[in-house]
Design a protein around this ligand. Structure first.
Ligand code: SAM
Length: 292
């Protein structure tokens, strides 16, 4: 396809011009297919009103198209060499290129107060899950369209009782409706990765009027110790001041057998269980404990 060849040549020649090599350690597999690029941007239904956060813009393949359609793009890139490329190539009045680690940035102060933000990204595979966990808990996003490894996409949409179900699946299900839009061959990246990818769209759930920080803590504790029973895994969590016996009582009061394992719980079970933990009264302030 002629379109592909054009983007590939551009990507390679841009890197060469700036004396850059793709860095495996930063998950640099650049998208080189225009059709896929356009399908990703189309999926986010960008209008002239939208502010878009792009994570890991690379040489700006997606960014260019986002900038054409959105009112403003904030593009966060860790690699200083690529930041130079982006600042040369993209119109500064439409694209703010921010140099930094998306996991370390203070999103509220970067993006300010205001209207909701769409997130579009071909995510670096080595930190996909931490990025998604972080974004989910940030209240300003109205849509995410993200490209991830195929196996991660399966986890994002997996239900309880399936092999792919894990902490990411439960956290996503609590915060969002997730849908795999299409699969993407490994052949459309430079350099070519080992596995195929998929594009997933997430829309925030509006039906849960609860703070999800506590349930998210529970999910992490339950899946962090997968082979332990729930009672053991939760009693060992650093935020939980209750003894194992007290923790078992909370589980029973929530209608959950303490001998079950986290992977059998549905997202709503985590919600109910958190409410029960709060009712017992010793766990209230979870702010600032998210890293535990
Ligand atoms: N968006 C580009 C594309 O589609 O061709 C590049 C995608 S590449 C899979 C991931 C990008 O994320 C790279 O540009 C990489 O340098 C950047 N990156 C890696 N770790 C990052 C981090 N912690 N914060 C921000 N960007 C990061």
């Amino acid at each position: 396809m002629p379109g592909d060849a054009v983007v590939l040549r551009n990507t390679r020649s841009i890197l060469e011009k700036y004396g850059l090599q793709p860095k495996k350690a930063l998950g640099q597999n650049f998208l080189i297919d225009r059709n896929i690029r356009d399908k990703i941007v189309d999926a986010a239904a960008i209008t002239g009103e939208d502010v878009v956060l792009e994570i890991g813009p690379g040489v700006g393949t997606l960014t260019e198209e986002l900038a054409r359609r959105a009112s403003r793009v904030i593009a966060v890139e860790l690699d200083g060499g690529l930041v130079r490329v982006l600042r040369d190539r993209l119109p500064p009045e439409r694209v703010a290129v921010v140099e930094g680690d998306v996991l370390a940035l203070d999103l509220p102060s970067l993006l300010g107060e205001g209207s909701p933000i769409k997130i579009v990204a071909n995510l670096p595979y080595y930190i996909t899950s931490p990025i998604i966990f972080r974004l989910l808990e940030w209240p300003r996003w109205e849509m995410m369209v993200i490209m991830v490894q195929g196996e991660v996409a399966d986890r994002l949409v997996a239900g309880p009782g399936t092999k792919a179900y894990g902490s990411l699946s439960a956290a996503v299900a609590l915060h969002a409706r997730a849908e795999i839009l299409f699969r993407v061959s490994r052949r459309v990246f430079y350099p070519q990765p080992q596995v195929d990818s998929a594009v997933v769209r997430l829309l925030p759930r509006r039906d849960l009027e609860v703070d999800l920080q506590g349930p998210s803590l529970l999910i992490r504790a339950a899946f962090g110790q997968r082979r332990k029973t729930l009672a053991n895994a939760l009693a060992a969590a650093p935020w939980n001041p209750l003894s194992k016996e007290e923790t078992e009582k909370v589980l029973l009061a929530a209608g959950i057998d303490p001998l079950r394992r986290g992977e059998s719980l549905r997202p709503e079970d985590f919600l109910r269980l958190w409410m029960e933990f709060q009712r017992v009264g010793k766990i209230q302030d979870v702010a600032g404990r998210k890293g535990e």
